[in-house]
Design a protein around this ligand. Sequence first.
Ligand SMILES: O=C(O)c1cc(=O)[nH]c(=O)n1[C@@H]1O[C@H](COP(=O)(O)O)[C@@H](O)[C@H]1O
Length: 273
Amino acid sequence: MIFTQKLECAWSSSGSLLTVGLDPDTKRFPAELQGRPDAIFEFCRSIVDVTAPYACAVKPQIAYFSAHRAEDQLEELCAYILAHHPDLPVILDAKRGDIGSTAEQYAREAFERYQADAVTVNPYMGFDSLQPYLEWKSKGVIVLCRTSNAGGSDLQFLEDAEGTPLYLKVASLVAERWNTNGQCGLVVGATFPDEIAKVRARVGSMPLLIPGIGAQGGDISATVRAGRDAGGNGMMINSSRAILYAGSGDDWREAAALAARATRDAINAERGG
Ligand SMILES: O=C(O)c1cc(=O)[nH]c(=O)n1[C@@H]1O[C@H](COP(=O)(O)O)[C@@H](O)[C@H]1O
């Protein structure tokens, strides 16, 4: 099954647009995991198990693994999710972008080593830098467009002679020229709801990965109103820290599950679905 189909199935079976971000910060781990060599895997595995009923996808952030020489734990985690939650799409957040020959290796890393369903990529180097990912036709390629951080405005709001900002140029390029296999998505931050609406107007029903609710303070209602597609879906709304570290005591699993459920419900309240 190709990524977009898997995502559509997950939207409908979970009734959720929430993506649980896996950003395992070892300093914030509960006492019971401190000092364990497999702490990163165990933390993420538990979070996935308890939040999966409320999520349409999970998004491991690769730096939180590689910084701790824990790529093997990411590999094990992705294999675990595939075995135990086979219908839950895994989006590897790596924000890759490089010349084609190197991109081929990054694509293999994401899709073969980690078996991810989709990967985040940076469009700054242009089409030939994304082509190696697009050749994996069953996989999702999610392109940075209007990122959630304030500094994203430095470049993404630059306008061409007609007054079109760069992020909308990216949206149009992806929708009209690069998405020939129907496998692309775009990243648009929840901290920029007006821009989410403008992107949605340009790209039809293309899936949008929307980080920035929770710890970054993005408004859930404004995000959903701006980003939903005609069918009330179309979004993977990511929250990481606000779910992962909802509790720090013995109740950390339950606290994460409750936070995920509450976030799903807040999203659905606005979605009318
Ligand atoms: O591609 C991303 O996932 C991403 C894009 C973006 O514009 N902003 C953004 O915050 N992210 C990621 O989304 C997650 C947000 O985490 P929280 O702020 O804790 O919910 C982090 O893993 C970021 O790396």
